[in-house]
Design a protein around this ligand. Structure first.
Ligand code: WTA
Length: 633
């Protein structure tokens, strides 16, 4: 009765209830039948959210790369595993077969070994979207090194913070990268970052832009010559089910980014199973997820999920606007893409360019469309459905998080219908709960509250690297025995979920999670800044944009160049993605009597929604609200 492939509503209903009624039997059946294990587990699940502790498939041994690559070689060795589409449309694309991928991952793993990387060591990967990125991720997993991929748009400071937080021994980077018309000099960012990192023993440098860059003798090594002489065979290291597979940093509402730790077996089983069913992958399909591997979407649904299923996964180096706004659709036509998975911000940006950049392309290969990263507004959903899917492709609006490892709530095509702006129903084994402000679970339909998950699932993050206490406080303290997501959601009259957005101080800008605290810290470094508060406000393309309220030490010099300096500081500390769209200088910020900044009021002012500011009489300085409103941008 328990099925790996979910083909219709009966399958969904039966599997969902099996996974709820007997989770251990359910996941054991899925795991046993569909993967290669070196040793079976002794216990399927052990958990207690009050510690919190979660382990899946304890006692089992495996290597995820054997499941992603080796086991497909016999039947799919010549099938394309990774289809690389370069930034420049005139450069040829590259089809890497499973046989070639096997060879390249093994060679890379041997290079890692030769540089002293061992099981459990942390390796930072800071690469553009080139095949070496996916290959280096897999090479780490081959030898049990823990990869920590840092999105190549992050600044040197953000990079060094992440390298130091988990004591990486090695950085893998490139001489640079192409993004649209721009060339990005990655290696010099690494060099700057490493001035603050003592633990790095070696830097492997892939060639992409063929620029003449300085190499530090004894530390920096060109990758290709090492690969050329490396053996094509590398025995996969035997991993325990709960050995860490990777660390991936995500923003929190306070403090430094959190290094979410994902482990091996549960992550493997869940990402493979969700990929297969949510995208209804069939053997000859060409699947394309436009995310960057620097984010969880790329980890789970460009690399691991697709390869575990023996799929062809497309990797695109460039941006949707280069050489023009038709690029995504020209790639869909060129490679006959069947599943296309992107973010609402990209859909809105492309919709704005009009149909002239869509209609020239043949999109008839498409079968399923996906979206992820933030709530999709109904207008964008309809545009996607009408003009890209031509009303024949189910849209999977997939809700999940870096912390959840895999998709949690999403339509499953052919099982039940999607609904604009609704992530719809939970995936197998996922038990959502909506909580009211008193911490009581809201029963029944037509309710709205804070979204929690009340039972473990295989791919959940197990801890925050080096700070289990923070993991407990952030996710397991707000509600007893429940994982708190940080999102609000409603359940409609049919039990379908709509995610309403973050309920904490995380702001999602163009699909990127940004915590307000690190941005404020960056601004406050300016010698003329006294204090600052960042809030989000609705933006047509980005979903949310950033609005900074800044008080100055010397308000005589509140001019545009000061605004530019503030944004430069943010770019340097975090990256250009965190730059502010609006900066308002103000004489004070609204505060409670205990000195806490009332962001709720600032959010309303930034959103031009000032009809009901609530009770401001209890503020320490209610008069400042009027002034801020008067001068708002
Ligand atoms: C938001 C991305 C509404 C949500 C995989 C979540 C969404 C955060 C959706 C995680 C969706 C993601 N509908 N909101 N389909 N998908 N989110 O860690 O607020 O980068 O908590 O993981 O994005 O972002 P993250």
């Amino acid at each position: 009765m328990i099925k790996f492939e979910i083909k219709n509503s009966e399958d969904y209903n039966k599997n969902y209830s099996a996974a709820i009624q007997n989770p251990e039997e359910f996941w054991a059946t899925i795991a046993k039948k569909n993967f290669t294990w070196k040793r079976p587990w002794s216990k399927v699940l052990d958990w207690d959210f009050s510690i919190p502790k979660v382990s899946w498939f304890e006692g089992a041994q495996l290597n995820i790369t054997e499941n992603c690559i080796d086991r497909h070689l016999e039947t799919k060795g010549d099938k394309t595993a990774i289809l690389f589409e370069p930034n420049n449309p005139n450069e040829p694309s590259e089809a890497i077969t499973y046989n070639e991928l096997h060879k390249r991952v093994n060679q890379f793993a041997n290079v890692l070994n030769s540089k002293g990387i061992q099981k459990g060591d942390r390796v930072c990967i800071y690469l553009p979207m080139i095949p070496e990125l996916a290959i280096s991720v897999l090479a780490c997993a081959r030898i049990g090194a823990i990869h920590s991929v840092v999105f190549a748009g992050f600044s040197a400071t953000a990079l060094s913070t992440r390298i130091n937080d988990c004591d990486c021994k090695m950085v893998i980077t490139s001489d640079g990268g192409y993004r649209g018309a721009k060339t990005i000099d990655l290696k010099s960012i690494v060099d700057t970052a490493l001035l603050d990192c003592d633990g790095i023993e070696s830097v492997l440098v892939a060639k992409r832009i063929h620029s003449d860059i300085p190499m530090v003798s004894g530390r920096d090594f060109w990758l290709q010559p090492l690969l050329d002489t490396a053996s094509e065979k590398c025995e996969a290291t035997v991993m325990d089910a709960e050995d860490p597979l990777f660390i991936l940093y995500t923003s929190g509402s306070t403090g430094q980014p959190k290094g979410m730790v994902h482990t091996t077996a549960g992550y493997m089983v869940y990402t493979a199973y969700t990929f297969k069913n949510i995208f209804q992958y069939e053997p000859n399909d060409v699947y394309w997820c436009t995310a960057d591997i620097g984010w969880i979407t790329g980890h789970s649904y460009i690399v691991y999920g697709p390869l575990l299923n023996g799929a062809t996964t497309l990797m695109f180096e460039g941006v949707p606007s280069y050489p023009d706004y038709g690029r995504f659709w020209s790639i869909v036509e060129k490679h006959k893409v069947t599943q296309f998975y992107t973010a609402p911000t990209a859909i809105r940006a492309l919709a704005k360019e009009g149909l002239e950049v869509v209609t020239p392309y043949d999109l008839s290969s498409l079968k399923i469309l996906g979206t992820v990263g933030e709530p999709i507004n109904e207008e964008a959903w309809h545009w996607y459905n009408d003009h890209i899917g031509k009303n024949k492709c189910p849209i999977v609006d997939t809700w999940w998080q870096t912390e959840t490892g895999g998709i949690m709530i999403s339509p499953i095509p052919n099982s039940f219908e999607g609904k604009p702006a609704f992530a719809t129903l939970p995936f197998m084994g996922i038990q959502p709960a909506l909580m009211d402000e008193n911490g009581v679970e809201l029963e029944g339909n037509s309710v709205e509250g804070r979204l929690c998950i009340k039972f473990p699932w295989p791919s959940m993050a197990r801890t925050i690297w080096g700070n289990h206490q923070r993991y407990k406080e952030t996710y397991f303290s707000a509600y007893d025995q429940k994982y708190f997501t940080g999102d609000g959601a409603l359940r409609d009259e049919n039990g379908h979920y709509r995610i309403t957005g973050r309920v904490d101080d995380v702001i999602i800008v163009s699909g990127h999670n940004l915590g307000t605290a690190p941005i404020e810290d960056a601004i406050n470094e300016h010698p003329n800044v006294a204090e600052s508060a960042i809030v989000g406000y609705p933006h047509d393309i980005k979903g949310s944009a950033l609005y900074g309220f800044v008080t100055l030490k010397n308000s005589d010099i509140s001019n545009d160049s000061l605004k530019a300096e503030i944004n430069q500081l943010i770019s340097k500390q975090i990256g250009p993605i965190a730059k502010l769209d609006k900066i308002q200088f103000t004489s004070g910020l609204p505060k409670t009597r205990s000195g806490k900044i009332m962001r709720r009021i600032l959010r309303k002012i930034a959103s031009k929604d000032t009809s009901n500011l609530g009770d401001i009489s209890t503020l320490l300085n209610p008069e400042v609200v009027e002034t801020i409103m008067k001068n708002s941008l």
